[in-house]
Ligand binder design. Structure first.
Ligand SMILES: [Zn+2]
Length: 424
């Protein structure tokens, strides 16, 4: 692998410097050879490679929707150098063998690091604990466990899972959805609009009530809890209370919950069907405030590709989920950076440093400094473009940003010193 000299980049918006990428790490730029490959980064901001805690890669089992090759290519375009692959594949990632298989698929695809998330319960059925210890001790070294797509609704199972993962510094990532308050048909924020559209309501309390229970279980077990895709103001209130008490809880928000609202659902376009659902404006404001003040720790995409034949149905019958990897940073720039609510250093914290820490990834989210792994994202703060779903690297087209004029910041991504995406 040849050296690359990135010249004149603004490191996290704090000042310009050169970066030399050599043998997968940053090296002293003064040692660059005269004929080194140069990347002119004048006007660009350098960030540590982004880390996504919440990606659905669909492989194994649903290669008609996404594969490791297409999903991680989309991730690299979005500036990511690592993704956590959710466990709801076919088969479910609920054994050491399945976790090692996912890690091997990721290694073969080669566009980002792929880290498997292990299921909490066998087959995601919410009844019996999966092989958490064996997955943790496998070569995949699983640390994040989630039944995402399903809630671990049984309080006793949740307690046992939290107790169990303490032994190896694991974390339980909860998809908070009380199944009695928001059942499998629930698909629209419960309120005036769900009534008018005649869609089954998904009340905000179905999320916050589970989070209130889980933070208390995390306190009782002195274990680590992570809350997936926070979507309501009430959940933010619970998180604020839990953090004040010193409970070990972290939380993520998905880009779509920062910018899209229930109003986008009014046309019954199933592209906007997602779980948890899009919420009214007042929730978006609370989520942005919480991401700005750190109550919500990180942004995670919940990238959820779906094949056409699963998505193109009447709204109530269509699959839930939307693409997110390629547009995540652009949405964060639009909603948080441009309005002055986060600076570039804080964006790097929320999209690289913190998610790497939550997942215990040692080689990600590191400083842009000599000796550190050369995971790097170069961004153009001023670039904007109209999103075109046909131009996506993803295999699927359920892109809720199609036709929108959004920041389009990612110019290049380097993973372990190797270019995995370059614009144009
Ligand atoms: Zn989920």
């Amino acid at each position: 692998m040849s050296d690359v000299l990135v010249s004149g980049a603004d490191l996290l918006g704090r000042g310009r410097a050169d970066l030399l990428l050599r043998d997968g790490r940053f090296a002293d730029p003064a040692t660059a050879a005269a004929d080194v490959e140069r990347v002119d980064a004048d006007g660009l901001v350098a960030l540590p490679g982004l880390v996504d805690l919440h990606t659905h890669l669909r492989e194994p089992g649903r290669e008609d929707a996404e594969t490791h090759a297409t999903g991680t290519a989309a991730a690299a375009r979005g500036g990511f150098t690592a993704v956590l692959a959710m466990a709801n594949t076919l088969p479910v990632t609920d054994t050491a063998e399945a976790a090692e298989h996912v890690a091997a698929l990721g290694e073969r695809a080669g566009h980002t690091q792929v880290v498997p998330v292990g299921a909490v319960s066998k087959g995601l059925d919410g009844a019996e604990l999966a092989e958490l210890g064996l997955m943790a001790r496998s070569s995949a070294a699983v640390r994040v466990f989630s039944d995402d797509g399903h809630c671990v609704a049984d309080a006793r199972l949740m307690r046992r899972a939290l107790e169990y993962v303490r032994a190896f510094d694991g974390v339980i990532a909860q998809h908070a959805q009380d199944p009695r308050l928001a059942g499998p048909d629930a698909c629209c924020h419960e309120g005036e609009l769900s009534g008018r559209l005649g869609l089954p309501g998904w009340p905000a309390v179905a999320e916050s009530s589970v989070v209130a229970r889980d933070v208390q279980l995390a306190e009782l077990t002195r274990s680590r809890l992570h809350v997936c895709h926070v979507s309501t103001a009430e959940t933010v209130d619970v998180l604020r209370w839990a953090k004040l008490r010193g409970i070990d809880v972290t939380a993520e928000v998905a880009p779509h919950h920062l910018l899209l609202t229930t109003a986008d659902v009014a046309g019954y376009d199933p592209t906007f069907k997602v779980n948890p659902p899009l919420r009214p404006d007042e929730h978006l404001g609370a989520l942005r405030d919480a991401l700005a003040d750190g109550t919500i720790d990180t942004v995670a995409t919940d990238h959820a590709p779906h094949a056409r034949h699963d998505k193109e149905h009447a709204f109530a019958e269509a699959a839930s989920g939307m693409l997110g990897l390629e547009t995540a940073l652009g949405v964060v720039v639009e909603t948080m950076l441009l309005p002055g609510r986060l600076n570039w250093g804080e964006v790097a914290e929320r999209m690289s440093v913190v998610p790497a820490r939550i997942a215990r990834l040692r080689g990600q989210g590191r400083p842009l400094a000599v000796g550190e792994p050369a995971n790097l994202t170069l961004v153009d703060p001023a670039a904007r473009a109209v999103v075109d779903r046909a131009a996506s690297a993803s295999l699927s087209q359920n892109n809720p940003w199609h036709g929108r004029y959004l920041p389009d910041p990612v110019v290049a991504t380097f993973w372990a010193g190797r270019p995995t995406y370059r614009r144009g």
